[in-house]
Ligand binder design. Structure first.
Ligand code: OSB
Ligand code: MG
Length: 367
C-alpha cells in the first residue's frame, strides 16, 4: 500500500446537551479526523482526544501537532505500509496513543476498503448487532437526573452508567435504583477519588451495581487492588489500561475484574483486540467505552464491540444521544442494539456537506 498524503481536520460539533463529568463539562466536541489517502483508496480515523487535557494528557490540538510533526512523517517513511506496521513505526514516540490510534485506524480503513473487507470481519466480530448502554453526565439536581435516565430507558438503552464524583455518588445512585428498580446500573468516577475514600465507596455496595469504573488515579493500580478488597462492587478500569501489558498487570494484581476497552486510549484497534484477548484468557469481561465519537469512530467501536469477549453493554450509544446531525448517516437504536456496519472498512463515510460545515481547520500533508 502506498500512502500519497494525509489530511488532518479539526472539527467542532455541538453536543445535544452539555456532558458533565468529574473532570469538566463539554458542550461542543472539538476533535481531530485523519484521512489517509493511498494510490487506490482512502480511509478515516477519528481521534478520541477531547478539547482539553482533562480525561488524559491528550487533547485535540496536541494530536494535530504530534501527527503533523512526527507521526505522519514516520509512517510516510514505512515501505510496504499496512496497518500492522504503523504502531512499530511509531514506537519511539512516548504516549500520544489517541493520535497514533487515529492514524493507524485511517491506514487500516484505507487498506480494508481497497480489499473490500469490513472492520468487523478484520477484527474478529461474531455479532451482527451489539447491546448498547448510555453514559449519563452529572446533572444539576436529582430530579433532573431521574428525567434524563427515564428518557434513555424509554429510548431502549439496556444499561445506564452514572458519572459520579465526591458529593454526587450515593444519593443519585440510591434515587435511580429506587425509582427504576432492577435495571443494569453502573458508575464511572473518572479518577475523582483517593485511597482514603474506600469506606465511602463501600456505601455503594447495597445498590448492586454492575461495576465501579476508575475510582482512583490512572497510575494507581495498587490502590485499585486494595480498594477491591474493601468494596464489593466489581472494579472496572478505564484510564489505567493503556496497553495489553498494563491490562495483564492490572489483572495479575487484582486491580480490576472488568475492563473498559477504548481503542484510542490504547493506541488503536489492533492493540484493543490484544487487550480483548488477554482479558478473555483470564476470564475478565470487557465492554467498549466511548469518547463521544461521531459516526466514524462509532462505526469502528461497534465492530470491536461485536467480538466474543464483549459481554457487557458498551457506551456505544445512538447518534442522537450525542449530536443533532452526525457526520455519517445516523446510527439508530433498535431494541437497545446498534447494527454493526458490514460494508468495506468502517462501512460508513462522512457526509460531505456536514463534514465541511463542522470543519474548523484543515491541513494536507503530502507524502
Ligand atoms: O470515562 O468513559 C469515560 C466521555 C468522554 C471521556 C471519558 C468518558 C466518557 C463517557 C461517555 O463516559 C462515553 C460515550 O458515550 O462516548
Ligand atoms: Mg470512563
Amino acid at each position: 500500500m502506498k500512502l500519497t498524503g494525509v489530511e488532518i481536520r479539526t472539527i467542532e460539533v455541538p453536543l445535544v446537551a452539555p456532558f458533565r463529568t468529574s473532570f469538566g463539562t463539554e458542550t461542543v466536541r472539538r476533535a481531530v479526523l485523519v484521512r489517509a489517502v493511498t494510490d487506490d483508496s482512502e480511509g478515516w480515523g477519528e481521534c478520541g482526544a477531547g478539547t482539553g487535557p482533562f480525561y488524559s494528557a491528550e487533547y485535540a490540538d496536541a494530536a494535530t501537532d504530534v501527527l503533523e510533526r512526527f507521526l505522519v512523517p514516520m509512517v510516510a517513511a514505512v515501505d510496504d505500509l499496512d496497518a500492522h506496521r504503523v504502531a512499530p513505526a511509531l514506537e519511539s514516540v512516548r504516549g500520544h496513543r489517541m493520535a497514533k490510534a487515529a492514524l493507524e485506524t485511517a491506514v487500516l480503513d484505507a487498506d480494508l476498503r481497497a480489499r473490500g473487507i469490513s472492520f468487523g470481519y478484520a477484527l474478529g466480530a461474531i455479532r451482527d448487532s451489539v447491546a448498547c448502554g448510555v453514559s449519563v453526565g452529572i446533572t444539576a439536581s436529582i430530579p433532573a437526573l431521574l428525567d434524563a435516565v427515564a428518557g434513555y430507558l424509554a429510548d431502549g438503552y439496556l444499561r445506564i452508567k452514572l458519572k459520579i464524583e465526591p458529593g454526587w455518588d450515593v444519593e443519585p445512585v440510591r434515587a435511580v435504583r429506587e425509582r427504576f428498580g432492577d435495571i443494569l446500573l453502573q458508575v464511572d468516577a473518572n479518577t475523582a477519588y483517593r485511597r482514603s475514600d474506600a469506606r465511602h465507596l463501600a456505601q455503594l455496595d447495597p445498590f448492586d451495581l454492575l461495576l465501579l469504573e476508575q475510582p482512583l488515579p490512572e497510575d494507581d493500580l495498587l490502590g485499585h487492588a486494595e480498594l477491591a478488597g474493601v468494596v464489593q462492587t466489581p472494579i472496572c478500569l478505564d484510564e489505567s489500561i493503556v496497553s495489553a501489558a498494563t491490562a495483564a498487570d492490572a489483572i495479575a494484581l487484582g486491580a480490576c475484574s472488568i475492563v473498559n476497552i477504548k481503542p484510542g486510549r490504547v493506541g488503536g484497534y489492533l492493540e484493543a483486540r490484544r487487550i480483548h484477548d488477554v482479558c478473555a484468557a483470564n476470564g475478565i469481561p470487557v465492554w467498549c467505552g466511548g469518547m463521544l465519537e461521531t459516526g466514524l469512530g462509532r462505526a469502528a467501536n461497534l465492530a470491536l464491540a461485536a467480538l466474543p469477549g464483549f459481554t457487557l453493554p458498551g457506551d456505544t450509544s445512538a447518534s442522537e444521544r450525542y449530536y443533532r446531525t452526525d457526520l455519517t448517516e445516523p446510527f439508530v437504536l433498535d431494541a437497545g442494539h446498534l447494527t454493526v456496519p458490514t460494508g468495506p472498512g468502517l462501512g460508513v463515510s462522512p457526509l460531505p456537506d456536514v463534514l465541511d460545515e463542522v470543519t474548523v481547520e484543515r491541513r494536507w500533508l503530502p507524502v
